[in-house]
Write a protein that binds this ligand. Structure first.
Ligand code: HEM
Length: 595
């Protein structure tokens, strides 16, 4: 029997379960599916209207006049296209539609994307006082930072931001960093010693260097902030791992990309929230534990110091001479300096400390690690290393020891500086930089207005790989930063790259990052020949986009790879090892015992 001949019988039979739905003919099924889809859409529309009217979803931002829009889906806009590797999608749209600057819609928000080198420079540097804020993002600002403890990089513009920025800028300027040269030299020596020791004790010369670079940065920044020396050899390795893990997870949660869907679709905050927010709350609590620990330490040290000074005055002795290197340097730490000359609120000071601990922990280490991947490559790696070592030695009378002892002075060797800038450009660890928010209207070419209150994304990846500025942008070529005499090109001839951002909210830690990179690259090159691992699958993938483990995150994080390390000059290697054991380890051990 054809089911459509006797519809009333069919209904009766279905109701009485005499026939299974498979008896329905194909056209009937299609009709029912259509009806269901149409009804569901109408229901969704009504629900959407209802929720917006009671404020549970917000109205979409309206289109900005005269800035081209990229076509997208109703409701969702360009969300799905930009979930993964958004910088590549923006680059593709820029090339396909021929617009340097365009707007996209992610959920309810309009975002202006700025792509080419020239456009970025124009908008970020020429309009630096108009795009100097950060957007407030739901997940980061309202959930993760419930106690309003933001890093400086995520603080919206205002008086409090200005106080924090001024403080960190003066702590990390050239002059102040110069005062940390001795510390940087020591910490990098100790880090190298640990690496040499681990290679020896593991009896394996192949290693993943990322953790090693993270430890080095963390130890240095915690010391510069709190005067606290992490004991990475014993009890505090776990603490360091905890900090690295928490800060790395927070970077993923705070991502401004469309993968954080609840930032762009307010309704999702009420749906799938529990899991994600529990995770964010947990991370906040874990972070608070170590931040409190470090702060307590500094305050105790300051109390102790006051007590000792009083005692000294009574007894007339000078105890300062008995202090070890680390205690003497404690006074220069950011917290002790600012607690005594307080112009900041306590929560502003905590925010700066948080920035010092978290900013650069991944970025500096990932860049260094990426360069090691370049060095380890069997084809171009050896010549890159030979050139770098020769240039470095040339700056120090071909003396390995001289080069080692002066490696904290980052302006010595132009080629090493060029290597660093090329790494930063080529790798572009934050391909969409950090988002900006306009505090005034920006007028472009006397005609287009980007209104106050607009979110801007810099496509730093494209800016750094713009063919008009960088010939053969996908070639790793440090010499593009050198003139014919081998001098580093001057920054005035145009920005080197956008990896530290640009303009008013440019990275405040760039000088520290450059210094750290310089010292570590010199020491790695002087100590080791860096080669490929024995297993081909553990060789570094050099295309940052192909190796990216988390294409939905705002940072490029390459898959794990190994490098093989072998002493470049065995006699020098032994000399360094002896020197560190004889001069530094004793002081370090005293410090750890006194903690
Ligand atoms: C290679 C390492 C690093 C890279 C690639 C990097 C990159 C960036 C980028 C792209 C921004 C946003 C800039 C903008 O909006 O224009 C930024 C902001 C910032 N960075 Fe870094 N950074 C690095 C290391 C550091 C270090 C070591 C510190 C401090 C310890 C630091 C502190 C900051 C601060 C405070 C801001 C916020 C500036 C503001 O909002 O005004 N960074 N960084």
């Amino acid at each position: 029997m054809c089911v459509l001949d006797q519809p009333h019988e069919l209904i009766w039979e279905i109701q009485n379960c005499r026939v299974t739905p498979t008896l329905l003919s194909f056209p009937a099924i299609v009709t029912m599916v259509w009806i269901t889809v149409v009804f569901s859409c109408i229901l969704v529309l009504i629900l959407w209207y209802f929720l917006s009217s009671i404020g549970l979803v917000f109205n979409q931002d309206s289109e900005i006049k005269n800035i081209p829009s990229i076509p997208g889906l109703p409701f969702f806009g360009n969300t799905f296209d930009t979930l993964s590797n958004p910088h590549l999608k923006y680059q593709e749209w820029c090339q396909k539609y021929g617009y340097d600057i365009f707007q996209v819609r992610i959920g309810t928000k309009r975002i202006v994307i700025v792509n080419s080198y020239d456009s970025i420079q124009k908008l970020w540097t020429e309009n630096c006082s108009s795009n100097n804020s950060r957007p407030v993002l739901y997940t980061f600002h309202k959930v993760l930072s419930k106690n309003a403890l933001y890093t400086i990089g995520t603080t919206p513009f205002g008086q409090s931001f200005k106080r924090k920025k001024k403080t960190i800028a003066s702590h990390l300027n050239y002059k102040n960093l110069y005062g940390y040269n001795e510390l940087i030299q020591r910490e990098s020596d100790l880090a190298m010693y640990r690496l040499m020791r681990d290679l020896f004790s593991n009896r394996c010369n192949e290693t993943d260097l990322l953790k090693f670079f993270q430890y080095f940065h963390l130890q240095l920044s915690v010391y510069m902030t709190y005067g606290y020396q992490l004991d990475l050899d014993h009890s505090e390795k776990e603490l360091a791992d905890e900090i690295i893990e928490v800060e790395n997870s927070i970077i993923k949660i705070r991502s401004h990309t469309s993968s954080n869907l609840q930032d762009y679709f307010p309704i999702l905050r009420y749906l799938n929230s529990q899991n994600k927010y529990q995770k964010a709350n947990l991370l906040r609590e874990r972070r608070q534990v170590y931040m409190d620990k470090f702060m307590r330490f500094t305050m105790n040290q300051m109390e102790q110091k006051k007590f000792n000074e009083k005692r000294q005055m009574k007894c007339g002795t000078n105890m300062r001479n008995q202090q070890c290197f680390y205690d003497r340097n404690m006074d220069t730490s950011l917290v002790s300096h600012n607690l005594t000359n307080a112009k900041l609120t306590f929560s502003e000071l905590q925010s700066i400390c948080l920035t010092m601990v978290s900013a650069g922990l991944d970025n500096t280490a990932l860049n260094l690690n990426y360069l090691m991947g370049q060095f380890s490559h069997p084809t171009k790696g050896p010549s890159l290393q030979t050139k770098a070592v020769n240039e470095l030695l040339k700056c120090h009378g071909n003396d390995y020891w001289e080069a080692w002892c002066h490696s904290e002075e980052e302006s010595n060797c132009n080629y090493i500086m060029a290597l660093i800038h090329e790494t930063l450009r080529y790798f572009t660890v934050l391909p969409t930089s950090l988002p900006r928010y306009t505090t005034r209207d920006i007028v472009l070419n006397n005609s287009v207005v980007i209104p106050q209150g607009t979110t801007l994304f810099m496509n730093a990846w494209y800016g750094n790989h713009d063919e008009k500025k960088f010939s053969h942008p996908m070639e790793f070529d440090p010499e593009r930063y050198l003139d014919q005499e081998g001098n580093l090109l001057s920054n005035e001839k145009g920005l080197f790259h956008f990896s530290f951002g640009a303009g008013a909210r440019m990275c405040s830690g760039s000088k520290l990052a450059l210094k750290e990179m310089y010292v570590i690259i010199c020491k790695m090159l002087l100590l080791f020949e860096i080669g490929p691992p024995s297993a081909e699958e553990m060789l570094a993938e050099l295309d940052p986009n192909k190796s990216n483990k988390f294409p939905t995150s705002s940072a490029i994080e390459p898959r794990k790879f190994l490098v093989a390390l072998k002493p470049r000059n065995p006699l020098f290697y032994q000399r360094v090892s002896r020197h560190i054991q004889q001069t530094l380890l004793e002081d370090y051990k005293i410090k750890m015992q006194n903690k």
